[in-house]
Design a protein around this ligand. Structure first.
Ligand SMILES: [Zn+2]
Length: 312
């Protein structure tokens, strides 16, 4: 178990009775899904503990337990369609095969489309006996309010700085302080990044500096960035924009940014105004999740860097 989940796990494990519908939320990259998977194992475990040793736990861990159904966005699609939700309803009305209950885990529950959400409502309203629904979401505000109101909410926290750092060190992530800062304190997010993430972050700062002081144009910076994984690049840029905003508004800097990086960020903040930084931030947020063809990637980067070009 991830160490920062312990308190929440103990709360759930102590509960007499789990709610029939639990909505597990919290920032991306903190391990909501492994937490939910463990909870699903606990519900079907022969010992009732998620022992990880019994047949039920092993079947569930391999995704083959007949009483556990996992729903996620199908490959190549952007949402969970209605027929998947109908399959959930049907699954929960059947008698369990091995365990004494049936469990459905819905990953990225905010991707349920409207008809799928509506199809689930009845089951959430009157859950069949011994049925459990675990919904996982980074963005619970995007769920239908009627879905949210029928679930009990469990918010998982970000790890404390020390826990996050130990986790990254245990996974041999280089420059863990900088990486954790870039990942906004969510260590699991950083594990999906390329090994050269710290170097990429330094390069991004260098590009922003060059454009901001007029040493290079947005177009030149784009040349250096269009080939970088857009999701990773935008993630870094969003974080840098948020640190710059914090610096401009409060004069303080987020944890994790220190030493030479802090000096560079302070110098950069002095070169830019808030409108420019918020422009980058907005642009980066709206560009995330774009299915980016190479040409679009160039446009995205070009627009981003144009925000920091000197005015006038
Ligand atoms: Zn077990």
């Amino acid at each position: 178990m991830l160490p920062w989940h312990k308190a929440a796990w103990n709360r759930v494990a102590r509960a007499e009775q789990l709610p029939h519908a639990l909505l597990i939320t919290g920032p991306p990259g903190i391990g909501k899904r492994p937490f939910a998977e463990r909870l699903a194992r606990r519900l079907v475990c022969e010992q009732g503990t998620a022992c990880d040793a019994c047949r039920a736990c092993r079947l569930a861990a391999s995704g083959h337990h007949p009483d556990v159904l996992t729903l996620r966005v199908p490959e190549g699609k952007a949402e969970i369609p209605v027929d998947e939700a109908r399959a959930v309803n049907e699954f929960l009305t059947l008698k369990p095969h091995l365990a004494s209950r049936r469990v459905v885990l819905i990953v990225d529950a905010d991707c349920l489309n409207r008809s799928a959400s509506n199809a689930l409502l009845k089951t959430l309203e009157e859950p069949p006996p011994e049925s459990y629904l675990l919904l996982v979401s980074d963005a619970p505000a995007r769920l239908l309010p009627t879905i949210r109101s029928r679930c009990q909410n469990l918010v998982l926290p970000r790890p404390a700085q020390g826990e996050g750092l130990s986790y990254l060190k245990a996974h041999q992530v280089p420059d863990p302080e900088l990486v954790l800062a870039l990942a906004h304190g969510a260590p699991l997010r950083a594990l999906t990044w390329p090994k050269d993430a710290p170097a990429l972050a330094q390069r991004l700062l260098a590009s922003l500096e060059a454009v901001a002081v007029g040493r290079g144009s947005a177009l030149e910076a784009t040349e250096a960035w269009h080939a970088v994984d857009l999701e990773v690049g935008l993630s870094f840029l969003t974080e840098v924009a948020s640190v710059l905003t914090q610096l401009m508004v409060t004069g303080t800097i987020a944890r994790g940014w220190h030493g030479t990086q802090e000096g560079r960020l302070r110098a950069l903040a002095a070169k830019l105004d808030l409108t420019q930084v918020l422009g980058v931030w907005d642009e980066a947020l709206s560009a995330r999740g774009l299915a980016a063809a190479p040409l679009d990637r160039r446009l995205v980067w070009d627009r981003l860097f144009m925000h920091v070009e000197p005015r006038g």
